[in-house]
Design a protein around this ligand. Structure first.
Ligand code: IPM
Ligand code: MG
Length: 350
């Protein structure tokens, strides 16, 4: 029987994953759903943001659905015990190196974006972000005090060809089932890793994916092109840090950050990690105002990529589309529904 591990996490995480859970129970009553504390709430309860037991369970489930982590109450915890460290530990521990972040502008939401309807209508792009390497994990890192009293901070951006190739392969493979175009983004004009990234992607493309159109774009230009003409993109392939930034930007094109799901995948057959890309939103946590659609669509991605139920994945996205077209909206989308009411609207559409 398929097992889904639910990690509600912090802030609005518990509220939005509760709605995703209701959708999961409705669609697949046989799915075994387990829940564990994670992030700041796990730190408070167990003294660590990611316990060994939770990581072990994550590794042995078919899929993990995470809500959100972080909040001001943990800002002074040592870095390795912060909620975010738990998330990075989970990603690394599960080996989920390829992060799929689709940005789709639902027809009903074209006016909810801060961009003009004619720019975002029909948008359907996929960001493939490298997730277990780069400056998020590179050594050395830290802050030291120099003999003269100044403090000095170091982060290290590092990639090897294996890391670049495996995530690029995911991007090319996805593109083959879409509009057959990959835009690879880096800063090869100033960064050594950027140059290696460009060379490695170019060589892999020539060797294995000649039928796909490959375009290289500097990451700063990509940020600009995303708001200027976002529909030129099909699949955007990029590193961990640029992917973090570009995916927040792409999210806003769709109307609200609250809409965007994500899937993090590792080697074939290993469990995937699914999370809405919005954060813990401490300002609205506990108020029942958060948009649960990012979490619900993340569940849809879990059905597709880990639980071998593409039929249920399709039902999730259709139900979300139906609810939106009926005018059901949370506040971030200009509507008046609460988190639970939005969840109910999706259930009704199912
Ligand atoms: C994301 C988030 C995380 C990241 C944080 C919470 C560590 O911003 O998933 O995009 O930077 O990867
Ligand atoms: Mg982010």
């Amino acid at each position: 029987m398929a097992r889904l591990l639910l990690l509600p996490g912090d802030g609005i995480g518990p509220e939005v994953t509760a709605e995703a859970r209701r959708v999961a129970e409705r669609l697949d009553p046989d799915l075994v759903i387990e829940t564990r504390p994670f992030g700041g709430s796990s730190y408070d309860e167990l003294g660590t943001p990611l316990s060994d037991d939770t990581l072990e369970l994550a590794r042995t489930s078919q899929a993990v659905l995470m809500g959100a982590v972080g909040g001001p109450q943990w800002a002074s915890a040592p870095r390795h015990l912060r909620p975010e460290a738990g998330l990075l530990g989970l990603r690394a521990g599960m080996g989920v190196f390829a992060n799929l972040r689709p940005a789709i502008c639902f027809r009903a939401l074209a006016d909810a974006s801060t961009l003009k309807r004619e720019v975002v209508e029909g948008l359907d792009l996929m960001i493939v972000r490298e997730l277990t390497g780069g400056v998020y994990f590179g050594q050395p890192r830290g802050v030291e005090t120099l003999p003269d009293g100044r403090r000095r901070g170091v982060d290290t951006q590092v990639y090897d060809t294996t890391e670049i190739e495996r995530v690029a392969r995911v991007a090319f493979t996805l593109a083959a089932g879409r509009r057959k175009k990959v835009t690879s983004c880096e800063k090869s004009n100033v960064m050594e890793t950027g140059l290696l990234w460009r060379e490695t992607v170019t060589a892999l493309h020539a060797r294995e994916f000649p039928e796909i159109t490959l375009e290289h774009m500097l990451a700063d230009n990509a940020a600009m092109q995303l708001v200027k003409a976002p529909r030129q993109f099909d699949v955007i392939l990029t590193d961990n840090l640029f992917g973090d930034i570009l995916s927040d930007e792409a999210a806003q094109l769709t109307g609200s950050l609250g809409m965007l799901p994500s899937a993090a995948l590792g080697m074939a057959g290993s469990p995937g990690l699914y999370e809405p890309i919005h954060g813990s939103a401490p300002d609205i946590a506990g108020l029942g105002l958060a948009n649960p659609l990012g979490a619900i669509l993340s569940l849809g991605m879990a059905f597709r990529w880990s639980l071998e139920r593409p039929d249920l994945a399709l039902r999730v996205s259709r139900a979300v589309e139906t609810a939106l077209s009926r005018g059901d909206r949370t506040r971030d989308l200009g509507g008046g529904l609460g988190t639970q009411e939005m969840g109910e609207a999706v259930l009704a559409a199912l």
